[in-house]
Every structure is written in C-alpha cells, then in structure tokens.
Design a protein around this ligand. Sequence first.
Ligand code: HPA
Length: 272
Amino acid sequence: MTDPFGAAEEAAAAVAQMTGVPRHDVAIVLGSGWGDAASALGDVTFEGALSDVPGVPKPTVGGHKGKLVSVAASGRNVLVFAGRSHLYEGHPVHTVVHGVRTAILAGCGVVILTNAAGGLNPDVAVGTPVLLCDHLNLTGTTPMLGADPPERFGARFSDLTVAYDAELRALAHRVDDGLPEGVYAGLLGGTYETPAEIRMLRTLGADLVGMSTVLETIAARHLGARVLGISLVTNLAAGISPEPLDHQEVLAAGKAAGPRMIALLQGVVEGL
Ligand code: HPA
C-alpha cells in the first residue's frame, strides 16, 4: 500500500456506497469469540463480505467471519467489522489498520475494538470482559511507519497518554459495573507465548496478552477517533493456565460469555 490514507479514503467512499449509509457514527471490530454480536445490536441494514471493501484481504483465522455489517442501533449507524487482519497472517501494518482507518474516514468518531486475550492476572476469571486502560505495543512495528501522513490527517507523532478514552470506559462501567480494567500487551503472535514470555510481560505491567488491537488503536488515535478497547479473557496465559492453550478453548469462552458481551456493546452504543 503506497498511499494508505488515500486507500482508506477510497474504501470509505466504497463503504458508504455499499451500505447505502453516507456516514457511520461508531465502528465495532469484533475479535475471536465476539463473532455473533452484530445482529444482536440493532437493525441490520446491510451485510456483506469484508473483503468486498477495497484494500481488505480475506481473514484467515477460524472464528472470524469476515463480514461487514451496518446496523441501525439507538439512532446511530454502527459499522461492524466481524473479523480483522493480523500481522501474523503476513499482512503489512497498513493493511492491518486499513479497516479502522476506513471506518473513521467513513465518519466514525468512536471505535470499539474487541479481542480475545490471555489473562495474566489469576484473579480475573476466564470469560470476563476487561476494559483496556492502556497497552504495550510489542509488535515491533507501528501504523505510523513510512512517510509523513498528509497533514490534514493529524500530527506525525500522536499523543498516546490516554489511548483508551476515559469517558468511554466510564460509560462501559455504568453499563456493566463489574468490569475490571487492564493493560493489554499486543504481540506479533503466530503462536501463544512461552511461560517465560508471560513472566516477562507480567513484570512489564501487562494484565492481558493478545495478537491484535494495539496497531488499530494507534491508527485510530492518530485520526482523532476515541477508542474503547475490550478484551475477553478466553484463557489464562501460558504457565498460569494449568492446561495447554488451544484455539477451540478461545472460541468456547467467547460463546459462553456472548450474552454479557452483547449487552455491554448494546449498552455502550445506547449511552454514547
Ligand atoms: N495469548 C495470545 N493471544 C491470545 C491468547 C493468549 O493466551 N488467548 C487469546 N488470544
């Protein structure tokens, strides 16, 4: 992608045309295990393949449907990405954040990023949604890689002091007052971690570990959108978990927590 911002502008125009919705208000990216939430949010006015959006590759991970859904919910137009691209699939960083950039240029001022994550805190049970209060970008890359972005898109060096919006977190707490908060460590992924890596991450202050989200958050903050990040703890991380880790377990935990996650997303959209 030689001109990632131009590509996102083109994709945003395509989204408006495909969905018949000139401007969306809220974007929701559904991670592993969050797959069925879109239709529960409100009236589905459009559903199509995510890969029909120019610049979006077909997702390859089981549990990600690869759908783009437009939902009318609580008077807002919600653009749902059921599936996302990951670095470990071999996609360039600008491809990984293309959907989020597209959504923001299609009008979304709020971006809700969900994911499945390993839990490093043994006190947070599997199946618990956790609000991200901060992150460690350990992917070794950034969506700000490359030539200076066009000036109209925001500063070259974004301030990430408050990457995850405090007001959106407060709203999420009002919707579901038992939610813990945590720091998410985003890794390149491709495998789950070793126990030694998990001990390192704990020392670094991480509560959650996963293979997504951090790059999308950076891209969204650069474009001035407010971000709410929510991890579903689908397993205890390697060495903390008494069991070996397995993707089926991740999907099963998502299914079990489905109703709570849907109620949370519904409540947040309603309260915006
Ligand atoms: N590690 C990394 N990513 C994950 C995990 C994990 O334990 N669980 C779900 N996604």
